[in-house]
Design a protein around this ligand. Sequence first.
Ligand code: SAH
Length: 456
Amino acid sequence: MTAYLVRSRLHLKQMSTATTLRITRRAADRIRAGHLWVYRTDLESSPASETIEPGGLVTITETREIPLGTALYSSASTIAARVISRTPALSRAQYLGDLRARIDAALQLRRKLAPTSAKNNAHRLLFSEADNLPGIIADRYNDLVLLQLLIQGTAQDDVRAVVVAAFSAAFAKQKSALTIWERPDPRIRELEELPAPAPGPLFTTHTDSVAPDGLSFRTGAERDTDQAAPTTTHFALNGLHFHYDAASGQKTGAFLDQRLNYAAAARVVKASGRTGRALDICTYQGGFALHLAQVCSHVTGVDSSLSALEAADRNLALNPSLTAETEWMEADAFDYLRHLDDTARKTSSPNDHFDAIVLDPPAFAKSKRAAEGALRGYKELNLRAFRLLTPGGTLITNSCSHHVSLQDFTEIIASAAVDANRRVQLLETHAAAPDHPEVITLPETRYLKCLICRVD
Ligand code: SAH
């Protein structure tokens, strides 16, 4: 320990010109315990924090001036700094070098955990803190990569150049075509006060659209004039085919984190032997619905967004092997389930019940305070679903809010089962697919819960 302190002080001396950010003892303890975020409320009111350049590298120090590492500073977000290294006073060049090594490592991990094949060619390739790449997310949809540079420290041309170099080398090795589009989440961009990226592609191997030197990273002006790079593609999940449109304005192409849960849902429903009618509540572009259409004879997908359902219908058309009778309903999930529940209770006919129901609502709880209301929402949806299931039927129930823990969610499902007067067996508990890893010391990265239950 003494040796560490001596070395740390030495670092401080050497980096006397580097910017430091002093944080509270409590925040320092959290960072030492593996957390990676410094909130603005963690900052000691030191004048230095006012003069740091947006997106710049800062050395995090505790009150006693013990350096804890280097972080990317944001002048706008409630997360004032994200730790990128335990080494203090890292230079931008060192950060970019680490970035390349970490991107290569993330791509290598995907080759092992989620290898690309004709049946599965859409994955999350880079997942921010989970890959030690704060502020960078990249999703692959076959030959398109959607890049999100989410913070002031990463929405910069030097980072773009490193990402493009790493991806173009990796895809060239696989002999895959590649177009990279930068598509930041508009809400996050606003929080970070980032300018909109240039509209054209960041990179493309498309033959009609050759960058000035063939393969290099495109600057803003070149990106503006590029017309020929593809914005649409088809991709495959578990052997099913889906459309992707980078120009559609929809933030998310697909919920790739649910890839293995789609397959699990279809597997368990098939094994249940109850494969008549299936209901997919909050179907979005039909992810669960199309997987259930492989094993059930009738599938209804429900969503409040008409444009999502139109995409779901186009996805259905891409899969002519699916013979289930499939319909899409534009409706509010709560209203629709209430209506079905009322009808089923009046008629008590088996035709008004379902053998499988999926519930996958949006994150009701966007904050800790909203979690209580979210639990009420989950309770109502799950209660009605239990009532609507046939004996031996399957409930696939999801929560994607990290403010609602697995334990809280499981307890809500249990209390819904009790109120519905059904005996329920929890068969499987899943999280996000492994191409969306969690940082074990950063609970904020644990969000998706998928419970698969059998109802007596
Ligand atoms: N199950 C989907 C993902 C669902 S995302 C998949 O695997 O791809 C949540 C979806 O809920 C979105 O498509 C959104 O349009 C829809 N939604 C949000 N509020 C809703 C409501 N009150 N009723 C019905 N759908 C709703």
